[in-house]
Design a protein around this ligand. Structure first.
Ligand code: MEV
Length: 438
């Protein structure tokens, strides 16, 4: 028997009809309906804005908006907004940022900002004739997109290169227009896709002149930007003399700590099991700033993991070196972000985030995001090779457990002092609150 019931015409229902229907799936429909409604912002302008961001909206999903203060990037100080539900991520990024702020901060070593898109098409006639038409066609493609690129060109960007690639070694008759873009301070997804669809039309009419659909020699398959932005990457680095690591070494000498750190980074470089978790720690920081600033974290995740596997093996995105008496830890990550356009100008909290960051350019924002990614990563590895991560993590997690168990303020206070320095688990806290352990 099929589980669940099919809804017909769900999108046509009013917001409250949809909510009622969905609340009926919950354990306590009446209170679920009220709770879902309660999370929707009340004032009408904001309400309309949020409800219209997506479709079939029946409620809103809140996440904490926190700050990692004093993140120093290229000598500038930023107080970085982070949106994340996982306890200890903001605290870890903040503590690592404070540590590095006193040791020269995070520095951008390399940055490239080229975005990419493709028009996939099949060519059924002689390949020679395609290549002989290409120079003329290229001129038409460039002049034919002037209208759609005009305002981007005015802002200093536009199409920066246009090429033709033969993909027949993977699929019969397949070719690809390879288009590079400079989208200045916008992520540029809409701009790129509009340009590509315009290019596809020009390509189609240019190559199929006088032909009908039946005898067309060129068949457009699709036009889409690529989230694999291998030329839109940033490298940030922290560096200090090994002796200046004192204070975070968990009882090890600075030299022994640095060597253990190096080993931990080497494991993440060579072992996929560790590499994925190591990179997850980087993305804790990266995603939370992307979300706070209204950027597309799914695009960044997809690009980061493909980039991590670019030589055929999935590896860590960050690395550590010991050079002379110094230690350097760096992160290279693809990041296509924007500080204008899209949700960055629509979502009130994304706008606030960009204000808090001092209205950065997209290149500046790349530096800030990568630095928070590296801060999160450094903090995680530092904990792993010293005290382990559970100590700090579970102390912060206590609050979530208290909330889940509905602990009173008095119980919280008693439990806080009871669990000082002890292992925290959901079961242990429950037992303590029930009076089973004391
Ligand atoms: C937890 O969200 C992230 C870590 O597992 C990252 C790491 O292991 O490097 C702590």
């Amino acid at each position: 028997m099929m589980k669940g019931q099919v809804y017909k015409g769900f999108s046509k229902l009013t917001e409250s009809e949809k909510r009622k229907l969905v609340a009926n799936l919950c354990d306590e429909p009446d209170s679920a309906e009220l709770e879902m409604a309660a999370f929707i912002v009340k004032d009408s302008a904001r309400r309309e804005l949020f409800m219209d961001l997506s479709e079939n909206t029946v409620s809103a999903y809140h996440l904490p908006f926190g700050i990692a203060p004093n993140v120093v990037v290229n000598g500038n100080v930023y107080h970085v907004p982070m949106v994340i539900e996982e306890s200890s991520v903001v605290a870890a990024a903040a503590s690592s940022a404070r540590f590095w702020a006193e040791r020269g901060g995070f520095n951008v070593k390399e940055i490239s900002t080229t975005k990419l898109g493709h028009v996939y098409f099949q060519w059924f006639a002689d390949p020679e004739s395609l290549y002989s038409q290409w120079p003329e066609l290229k001129k038409k493609l460039i002049s034919g997109t002037r209208l759609v690129t005009a305002s981007m060109v005015q802002r200093g960007g536009g199409i920066t290169s246009l090429g033709l690639t033969d993909d027949r070694d993977s699929i019969d008759n397949l070719y690809r227009l390879v288009v590079e873009f400079d989208t200045v301070n916008s992520m540029g997804a809409n701009f790129i896709n509009t340009c590509l669809e315009e290019l596809a039309q020009i390509l189609d009419s240019g190559l199929n002149k006088g032909k009908t659909t039946d005898d067309a020699e060129c068949r457009i398959v699709m036009s889409i930007l690529s989230n694999y932005v291998e030329n839109c990457t940033i490298t940030v680095e922290v560096r200090c003399p090994v002796k200046n690591l004192a204070g975070i070494t968990g009882g090890l000498t600075p030299q022994a700590f640095a060597e253990k750190m190096l080993l931990a980074y080497q494991i993440a470089r060579t072992n996929i099991y560790r590499a994925v978790t190591h990179n997850k720690g980087i993305m804790n920081g990266v995603d939370s700033v992307l979300i706070a600033t209204g950027n597309d974290f799914r695009a960044a995740e997809a690009a980061a993991h493909a980039y991590a596997a670019r030589d055929g093996q999935y590896r860590s995105l960050s690395s550590c070196v010991l050079e002379g008496n110094s230690i350097a830890v760096s992160l290279t990550i693809p990041l296509a972000v924007g500080t204008i356009g899209g949700i960055t100008n629509l979502h009130p909290m994304a706008k606030k985030s960009l204000e808090i960051l001092g209205h950065p350019s997209s290149a500046e924002l790349m530096g800030i995001i990568a630095s928070v990614g590296l801060a999160s990563n450094f903090s995680a590895v530092q904990n792993l090779i010293t005290t382990g991560i559970q100590k700090g993590h579970m102390q912060l997690h206590l609050t979530n457990i208290f909330n889940a168990l509905g602990a009173t303020p008095k119980q919280r206070q008693e439990a806080m002092s009871f669990f000082q320095g002890k292992k925290v688990s959901f079961a242990a806290v429950k037992n303590f609150l029930d009076g089973t352990i004391s």
